[in-house]
Structure formats: structure tokens, C-alpha cells
Design a protein around this ligand. Structure first.
Ligand SMILES: *Cc1c(COP(=O)(O)O)cnc(C)c1O
Length: 350
């Protein structure tokens, strides 16, 4: 009953065997290996973006912070949701790598920015006033931190508002694959065609050991990105071990199959919980949020269930009947029996 995060799962055997194969013989370093050529070609084809540049890093925080730094000056504002990973979970890396850009919240329910709130934030930005940070970049997360999903038209609307103020658009796609298969659109539709300029494409949560791609749809930004990646200590020397993983993940659409399993398991969990817990937010992919009494949480923990309370600063010290929310995440490797055990267990108690 492991629903703490999609990063608690391992990697598929095919990724491990791709690594074993990549381990034989010699390969040139720093991203000049043949696997990286395959990754670049495959991403360009998948995203229908023959000019796009692709770089790999090993954490989502590095992907986001380096992407933002390449598009936003130190005196810029990064417009994001208050719950955004870049705001809450990256220990100031975006501020550090941009050299001090100011993360600026845009309101909206369920982890999604309201277009009107973005319009207002930009209208009040003080462009041209030397005392104010200047509008820098819009950063959207899909799936969002609340497990909801921006549709293609919602992304397009927000991106168009940003563009009307001359701003580029970043997408934190730690769960891009989950959003993509749920939305049922093409990678291009959910990225550059909707106005996204730079995408952090998450691999780790969806079956890799620790690989994230940054896709720059404007190749003119690539050189600066490369310098920043090296300067930030994120250019891997034995790079083939990153590129071989991602090449195998993209082959035969494995990345989409893995995301489909995660989403299907979350759907199964949602159905199972419908009668016995209060579900929060519209599930956009492989995460769901639900509320039940504190006493039941304690019993579930004794039974070995693993998940985070949400928001995670809560505790279970209160009375038994105090409702507390939980975040439940399914992964590429979640089994139907994992879900069914959890659901049965909860149903027995209520
Ligand atoms: C997990 C996650 C990341 C990446 O986090 P790292 O721990 O730095 O790899 C980025 N954005 C979101 C929304 C995430 O959930």
C-alpha cells in the first residue's frame, strides 16, 4: 500500500537492461554519446519540433531552475501558482539559479492559475518602473501539484496572456506524460503549439532512475542553457547512463504506457474510495487527494499504508473524528492488488 509518491517505485526491467547494454565498450562523454543522438531525434519527432534542443539533468529542480534561468533575468518576476513545486519544494533553487528572480503568485483553485488573476498580476507589474521587478516568465505545472490537469485550451489561454505581455512560458512537466495520456493529445499540442517555450519533461517519476529532459523549442537559447548547466554542476561526464535510460523510455512509447498504468491505478483507487472518503479536486492523472478521519489514518498507518498527509505539515495528534486530507499517488508500477488492498482495508473500517 505504497502511495507516497511515484518516486517510491523502481524502474522497469527494460530500463535496467538498457543500462546494462550501454555499459559495454566506450562512449564519448558529456552528452556526445550515440544514445543522446537517439533521444534528441526521438523527442524532435515526438514533439514535431525538428529544431528543438534537448538536454538531460538528473533532478526536476535542476531542470526547472536552469530552464527558468535561461529565460528570465535576475530582475524578472516568475509568475507561478502559490503551490508550485518551484515555490514550495526546491529550496530556493529557481531564485538561486536565476540570480534572484522573484517568484510571484498567481491565484487559482486546485493548483491551477485563473486567467483573470494572471491578467491582473501582469497589469499591475510596473513594467518600465525602475523600482519594480520586471515581468519575466510564466511557469505552469502539468499535472499540477493538486493532481489536476490543465487542458490544452487552458494552457493556450494562459500562454496567450503571457505572450501578449512579451513573456516566455515554462512548463514544469514532472508528470507531463500522465497529463498527456489523460488529455489524449499530442506532445506538441500540450507544449509549443499551446505556447510553451521550454519544457521540463519528467522521467524519474515515470520509471527512470533519475533523468529529466529540458526541451527548448527555440534553439537560440541552447547555448546559454548549456553554459548554465555546466556552471551549475549538472553536466554529466559519463552521460551515456542518462541518455541510455531516456532512449529506452521513449522507445515504442514505453513512457506513455507507464503513465497509462499510473493513471489507470489512480482511477481504480478513486472508484474504490468514492463511498468511504471525501475526494478533493478533479483527478487529472495519477494523483488523488481524499479526506477521512484522523483515527482511520492512524489505523491505516499501523496496517502499513504509506502516503503523505496533505498539506504535509499536518499531524494525527487530534481527535479520532477530525477529518484530515491525504495525497495518494500511483506509479507506473502500482498493481491492481495494491489498490484493492487499500480500498478493502479502508472500507472495513468505515
Ligand atoms: C517531483 C517534482 C519535481 C522534481 O523534483 P526533484 O525532487 O527535484 O526531482 C518537479 N516538479 C514537480 C511538480 C514535482 O512533483
Amino acid at each position: 500500500m505504497f502511495f507516497a509518491s511515484d518516486n517510491t517505485s523502481g524502474v522497469p526491467d527494460s530500463i535496467l537492461s538498457a543500462l546494462a547494454q550501454a555499459n559495454s565498450g566506450y562512449a564519448s562523454g558529456y552528452g556526445t554519446d550515440a544514445f543522446m543522438g537517439q533521444v534528441r531525434a526521438r523527442i524532435r519527432a515526438l514533439f514535431e519540433a525538428p529544431e528543438a534542443e534537448v538536454f538531460l539533468v538528473t533532478t526536476g529542480s535542476a531542470a526547472n531552475a536552469l530552464a527558468l534561468a535561461s529565460y528570465c533575468p535576475p530582475w524578472g518576476a516568475v509568475y507561478c501558482h502559490a503551490l508550485a513545486h518551484i515555490e514550495v519544494d526546491e529550496c530556493g533553487a529557481p531564485e538561486f539559479y536565476t540570480g534572484g528572480a522573484k517568484l510571484t503568485h498567481v491565484a487559482g483553485n486546485s493548483g491551477k492559475m485563473e486567467p483573470q488573476a494572471l491578467r491582473e498580476a501582469l497589469a499591475q507589474a510596473g513594467r518600465g518602473v525602475v523600482h519594480n521587478v520586471q515581468p519575466g516568465i510564466l511557469s505552469l505545472t502539468n499535472l499540477t501539484e493538486c493532481g489536476t490537469r490543465y487542458s490544452v485550451s487552458e494552457i493556450s489561454e494562459l500562454a496567450a496572456i503571457a505572450k501578449s505581455h512579451g513573456l516566455p512560458v515554462h512548463m514544469d512537466g514532472a508528470r507531463f506524460a500522465n497529463a498527456l495520456v489523460a488529455e489524449g493529445c499530442s506532445p506538441a499540442d500540450m507544449s509549443w503549439r499551446a505556447g510553451v517555450d521550454v519544457l521540463s519533461l519528467g522521467g524519474t517519476k515515470n520509471g527512470l532512475m533519475g533523468v529529466e529532459a529540458v526541451i527548448l523549442f527555440d534553439p537560440a537559447r541552447a547555448w546559454e542553457f548549456q553554459l548554465r548547466r555546466k556552471r551549475g554542476g549538472h553536466l554529466w561526464s559519463k552521460h551515456r547512463y542518462l541518455s541510455a535510460q531516456m532512449a529506452a523510455w521513449l522507445e515504442d512509447d514505453l513512457w506513455l504506457d507507464l503513465a497509462r498504468n499510473a493513471n489507470a491505478m489512480a482511477a481504480r483507487l478513486e472508484t474504490g474510495l468514492e463511498g468511504c472518503a471525501e475526494l478533493l479536486f478533479d483527478r487529472g492523472g495519477n494523483m488523488l487527494f481524499a479526506k477521512w478521519p484522523s483515527g482511520l489514518h492512524r489505523q491505516l498507518q499501523v496496517a502499513g499504508a504509506e502516503y503523505f498527509l496533505w498539506p504535509d505539515h499536518q499531524n494525527l495528534d487530534g481527535p479520532d473524528d477530525l477529518p484530515i486530507s491525504a495525497r495518494l499517488v500511483c506509479s507506473w508500477n502500482t498493481q491492481p492488488s495494491d489498490v484493492d488492498n487499500f480500498v478493502q482495508w479502508i472500507n472495513k473500517q468505515v
